[in-house]
Design a protein around this ligand. Structure first.
Ligand SMILES: [Zn+2]
Length: 134
């Protein structure tokens, strides 16, 4: 099992990259599409800044693009082994898989992106960053 403290844990469980306790997204269910992109501004447990700057998550689109490409290739290999080069099964399965996995790819891409700029701090909960409301 993947233990708390690794980036993989934070990405799979969509947890704060600093404390691995706070949730990255306000609603846990990724398929509640109205809330798929809703993130708190700061980690509710340790105070880590989730909205570092305007447009911070644009970089996550590159990760999303790469993930979607890998998923499409895997989908094609599976469908090709069954149907060959027939166009309809390839296109239909591609659309169903890409659209169906979109919320998971979207959220995991953001988790990967923020984990690239933050590292685990085992004392994060004791050293909570206090935020003042302005
Ligand atoms: Zn945190």
């Amino acid at each position: 099992m993947i233990k708390r403290g690794s980036k993989i844990y934070s990405i799979i469980h969509l947890k704060c990259p600093r404390c691995h306790e706070g949730d990255l997204f306000t609603v846990k269910n990724a398929y509640r599409l109205k809330h798929v992109d809703k993130m708190p501004d700061y980690c509710p447990k340790c105070g880590e800044d989730f909205q570092r700057e305007v447009g911070f998550y644009y970089g996550a689109m590159m990760i999303s693009h790469a993930s979607t490409t890998v998923i499409a290739v895997i989908n094609h290999i599976i469908v090709f082994s069954i149907y060959g080069w027939e166009l309809a099964p390839n296109l239909i399965s591609l659309v169903v898989v890409i659209v169906g996995l979109f919320p998971l790819v979207f959220r995991s891409s953001r988790a990967i992106w923020i984990n690239m700029f933050s590292k685990f701090d085992p004392l994060a909960l004791q050293n909570k960053i206090e935020r003042q409301k302005i």
